[in-house]
Structure formats: C-alpha cells, structure tokens
Ligand binder design. Structure first.
Ligand SMILES: [Zn+2]
Length: 388
C-alpha cells in the first residue's frame, strides 16, 4: 500500500487546529473550549488519525465474557454455505464455544441452493442448530414480478425456509428497475409479496440504508471519516445516484405503515442506534415491528444508560444478531450486554473512535434478547436447548 494517503491525512490534520479554534469560539456551553495559551501549536508533528492509539491508564474491573450467559439465536447470521458435513461441523464448533444455540442463515438462499442446505443440515447431527431464510429476487422488476416473487416465496417456505431475508441494503440504494429508475422500497408491485409474508406469518428481515454519516459530506466533522476513506462502496453522497438518508427512511416508514400485519425485523436497529428515541417512536406506532442489534454495538456501548433504559423498555422488540460470522467478535457483544465494565475497546477502529461501556442488562431482558423474542417471532426455530 502506498504511504501517500497517510501522509496527506497527517498534513490535513496538522492544518485543523486553527480551524477548530474558530469553531470553538462560537461554540455552545458543554463543548470543548479554546485551550489556555490560545494559538499554541504542538512542538512535535501531530500523529495522523490512524497513528494515534493512546494506551488507557484507567484501572477498573474487567469481566470478559467468552460465552453468552444464556443460549442465543443469531438472527442475523451469515454462515458459509452449509452443504457439507465439514462446513456444518466447523460452524457448530464455533457456535458451541460462544453458547450460540441456533444460527439463522440470512444469506438469501432460494430454490435449489436453499434445498441443498436444508437437506445437508437435516442429514447432519445438528438439525436443530440452523434455520434458513429465503431471499427475494428483485431484479428487473416490472408488471407481474410481484406475483412471481410471491410464488417463489411460498415455494421456499413450503420447502422449509423459516422467514425472508436478509433483504439487502441494495434494495433502496442500488437496485434499479428496467427503465433505469431506482426501485423504491414502497413500490406497489411488491405489495403482494408483503401480503404473502403476512399471511404466512413469517418474519421479514430487512436491511435498509446504512449509517446516516455515509450520506453526509466526507469532512473532518464526519464521525465515519476513516471508514468512508477506506471503503469507496460506502459513499452515498452522489444524489444523482442515491437518495438521501431521510428520503430512504421515509420510504421505509411508508412501506411499514402500508403493511402493518407483516412481522418486520429491521436490521441494525434501523441505523437509529445513535437516536434510540427515534426508533422508540417507530416501535410505539408499529406493534409488529422488531429490530436486531448487529453491527451497531459501538453506538449502544457509548450511551450505556440510555441504551440500557431503551433495551428494558422495548425488551419485547429486540433480537440478538451479529451480521458477519467472525466468532472472536461475539464476546464483545456479550460483554456490553451482560457486564457493567467501563471504557473498553470495540473491535473496529473505523466504526468507533471511542470506547464501550457495559449495559448490565437484567437476566429477564437478556433472555428475550438472546432467544425469547426470536422464538416467539419465528415458528420455524427449533425449541430444543433453551431454558423454559
Ligand atoms: Zn447482513
């Protein structure tokens, strides 16, 4: 990798303090104030955003949690293809070490690909450890597509799928109709698909959009600057290609409101983990709405009091999910949910420039989060291996 971007970043950061001072003078109370000896500059070259890793000197109790306190369902699972005994055994070994009882494969497997995995798991020793969701083929959507997709959905559920999903963020962000226009989330052609899911009483697991910062200018006020600098495919600033964050959320909310009988499961807390009151208002107005906590741990862990209160208040609506299947990352979730530990590391520096704090959730809430709500919502999840 070339070192030029890093050098550039270092130079840009060296220029920032002056600009910050201007902003601070007009700042509101509670913000960082100008330093004493205003205008003083560091005598050593400042480190770049990726170089500065201060060692914490804080000494507080540490409680690592390698295994979940109660058996868990990973509602947002992305296991590898489960068509061989080796693949199945390997995933189950990792699940056992984490106390993951059931993994939902939310990999959009339809038709034969779905049936092959269902058969392989049924023939294995672990048929009560996996559940498969089917996908929706949203390509080339035109008149009649809704009926075709609904028929595929019925066939896949009859074959043994337990739900729909994960409907990817491509729906709403990238997927186009044959005329080149963006396929909107509330396109009426799909109404028959959602009504089919409601009739079958299966959960519809949907990922809409991405963190709001991915839609904002990539400047030094953007919380996800490093991530946006690292990953070109997460940049949605171009309004000729992408809707704004709020436009997408409005579309999503119209879709949910039009189909109140669908058991919607919104991935990633709907990207409202940084504004939990907003998600709370959605829960209040939509009794069939659920949400899943994958890949937003950095937001829960930086507001332990608010997040704890929220997770207790909405304890019947929240599901554990992890997203990418990296076994060594799950214990960070257990630690945030189960302990009162303070100021500890998250596993991705480009998601969070801050530390995490434990929420210390009560056992009754942990049980619902880890498995109770998933079982209640999804008839197809095996009931074995969970506490009463
Ligand atoms: Zn996912």
């Amino acid at each position: 990798m070339s070192s030029r971007p890093i050098t550039l970043i270092a130079v840009l950061f060296a220029l920032v303090p002056g600009a910050l001072l201007v902003a601070q003078r007009s700042g509101t109370p509670g913000q960082i104030r100008p330093r004493p000896a205003e205008g003083r500059q560091p005598e050593f070259p400042p480190p770049s955003i990726i170089e500065y890793k201060p060692r914490s000197t804080l000494v507080t109790p540490v409680h690592l949690v390698p295994r979940a306190k109660f058996p868990a369902v990973d509602f947002h699972g992305h296991p590898p293809l489960l068509t061989s005994p080796e693949a199945i055994n390997q995933v189950v070994a990792a699940m056992d070490s984490l106390n993951l009882r059931v993994m939902v494969s939310a990999n959009n497997n339809m038709g034969d690909r779905l049936k092959q995995q269902l058969a392989a798991v049924a023939a294995s020793r672990y048929k009560d450890r996996f559940v498969f969701f089917t996908g929706l083929n949203l390509r080339d959507l035109g008149p009649g597509s809704g009926a075709r997709i609904a028929a595929q959905l019925e066939a896949d559920i009859a074959a043994g799928a337990a739900g729909v999903g994960e409907i990817s963020k491509g729906f709403g962000l990238f997927t186009r109709k044959p005329d080149g226009s963006r396929l909107k989330l509330d396109d009426p052609e799909l109404d028959t698909v959602w009504e089919t899911a409601a009739r079958l009483k299966i959960p519809v697991f949907i990922h809409v959009g991405d963190p709001s910062e991915f839609f904002e200018p990539i400047d030094f006020h953007n919380e996800r600057w490093l991530e946006l600098a690292l990953y070109p495919d997460r940049r949605y600033q171009d309004r000729s290609k992408f809707p704004s964050f709020e436009e997408l959320m409005a579309e999503r909310n119209r879709l949910f409101a039009r189909h109140p009988n669908v058991k919607w499961v919104l991935a990633h807390l709907g990207w409202h983990a940084n504004d939990l009151a907003r998600l709370g208002r959605m829960f209040d107005s939509l009794p069939n709405l659920y949400s899943e906590v994958g890949a937003i741990l950095y937001d829960l862990g930086r507001q332990p009091r608010t997040a704890r209160e929220f997770m207790i208040k909405y304890q019947n609506r929240l599901l554990f999910g992890k997203d990418s299947f990296q076994p060594d990352e799950y214990p960070y979730y257990w630690r945030v949910f189960e302990t009162f530990d303070e100021y500890f590391d998250y596993y991705r520096d480009y998601h969070a420039f801050w530390k995490l704090y434990g929420l210390g959730l009560p056992d009754s809430v942990l049980k619902k989060l880890y498995y109770g709500n998933a079982l209640q919502l999804t008839a197809g999840i095996p009931r074995t291996g969970f506490p009463k």
